[in-house]
Write a protein of this length. Structure first.
Length: 131
């Protein structure tokens, strides 16, 4: 029992230490997948909309990283349909070998909501740019 407790305390038995890439977001949006590209330094996020209405993505960023910005799939279509997903690529300046733990922030509005009514979903992206 002592060894089990000791390994758990120092982090050896924590499942998150074995996962190289993971992403979490606050409901009603879910981050289904994240990928950190070693060659370009870009971050790909696959966001799932679990709302009954479509949403329009106004902004997506990795907070605290001024050198990161969003590359929307199509500048004229930033909609995630109801109960569906869309992949977004965030252009970053990460360097190979870097461990990344960054806050994800998405500002969005529900289709049909009054203009200017914006919601925010926050989460976290964790990964490594190991070659």
């Amino acid at each position: 029992f002592f060894f089990f407790a000791a390994f758990t305390f120092i982090g050896v038995l924590k499942p998150e230490t074995f996962v190289t890439e993971r992403c979490l977001m606050s409901p009603p949006l879910f981050c289904e997948d994240v990928h950190f590209d070693v060659l370009t330094g870009d971050v790909s996020l696959r966001i799932h909309n679990s709302l009954r209405d479509d949403i329009n993505v106004n902004e997506l960023q990795l907070s605290g990283r001024e050198e990161c910005y969003i590359l929307l799939p199509n500048p004229n279509d930033n909609t995630i349909p109801s109960d569906s997903y869309k992949e977004f690529v965030i252009d970053c300046d990460f360097t190979p070998g870097q461990n990344i733990r960054s806050t994800v922030e998405m500002r969005y509005s529900e289709a049909g909501s009054p203009e200017g009514l914006e919601r925010v979903s926050r989460g976290e992206a964790i990964g490594s740019l190991s070659a």
